[in-house]
Design a binder for this molecule. Structure first.
Ligand SMILES: [Zn+2]
Length: 300
């Protein structure tokens, strides 16, 4: 592959920015930095310094995946839960001023992850599938009839805010301000909250998974609650769109064995039987570079 076709992929995560040049299917000059989250200017300057680095001079195209909400038409980061000081950040317009010769694109991290699965991961060759990113929050994206849908300003398929338990008497408050959202139960934060309710202990989702495997009932219940919530959300998607293939990625995907039984039970209980033989749930932790591949895939 010619050097001119290299793409710089930048994955803006919860606490770090990861980046690398994608050369064919290979990543080169991979780097990780702590996010400069002091404000819009610091954040823009950090990404500009990465783009300007000598090793990326031959990357004419730059893909950036970032948590939202975003306005991808204007290239603006409207807000970010992990970077409260970054608001209405005119990221792409500012970067274009600095690098007028480069093609720079922004999309939300879940859309980027979905494209990453389509071109490099479990979604290869699949025309219809949904991706759930299970991390500190729950994001999502879908490829339908071989196409990624972006919706209004890039905010399509926000599965994390499907109200799966809104009707429950003690439905939990979500970061978005509503109650009963999938994210409040099936994210790492949600599992921690479920475990705290039952045991009084505050632990990370990974520690709770270890306890669940060791036989702790409250830990198992925190994960089965997350699985049930995921199954209800997946069932909603199947009934609406007839998508029956689901890919779960992110740190929480490591807990597949704890999530799957309740997920499949809730899914089957809330979908037509004709879909059951088609249903496929793939858990992939991906690798730590999945976000970089996804950001670079914005050009594929
Ligand atoms: Zn919500």
């Amino acid at each position: 592959m010619r050097a001119a076709q290299k793409v710089l992929g930048i994955d803006v995560g919860a606490t770090t920015v990861k980046f690398a040049a994608l050369n064919g299917e290979r990543l080169e000059y991979r780097g990780v930095q702590k996010i400069a989250s002091a404000g819009n200017a610091a954040f823009i300057a950090q990404l500009a310094a990465i783009i300007a680095a000598p090793e990326f001079q031959d990357c004419a195209r730059v893909g950036i995946g970032s948590p939202g909400p975003l306005d991808i038409e204007r290239g603006v980061v409207i807000a970010s839960a992990n970077m409260p000081a970054v608001r209405d950040c005119e990221l792409i317009p500012e970067l274009k001023k600095l690098f007028p010769q480069k093609d720079i694109r922004l999309d939300n991290d879940a859309n980027a992850a979905t494209l990453g699965e389509k071109f490099f991961g479990a979604g290869r060759g699949h025309e219809n599938f949904a991706v759930f990113t299970l991390g500190t929050g729950v994001g999502g994206g879908c490829v339908y009839e071989n196409r990624l849908y972006r919706g209004f300003k890039g905010n399509f398929f926000e599965v994390g805010h499907i109200p799966v338990f809104a009707a429950a008497p003690e439905s939990r408050l979500c970061g978005c301000g509503n109650r009963g959202c999938l994210e409040a139960y099936a994210s790492a934060t949600g599992v921690s909250a479920s475990y705290k309710v039952q045991s009084g202990d505050v632990l990370t989702a990974a520690d709770i998974a270890a306890r669940a495997h060791a036989g702790d009932g409250a830990a198992q219940s925190a994960y089965s609650g997350a699985g049930e919530a995921l199954g209800l959300a997946a069932a909603t998607i199947t009934q609406l769109m007839n998508i029956t293939e689901f890919i779960f990625t992110g740190g929480m995907a490591a807990a597949a064995a704890l999530l799957r039984p309740a997920l499949e039970e809730a899914y089957r209980a809330h979908t037509f039987a004709l879909f059951h033989p088609l249903a496929k749930f793939t858990f992939t932790e991906g690798d730590e570079n999945a976000g970089i591949y996804g950001a670079a895939a914005l050009f594929l």
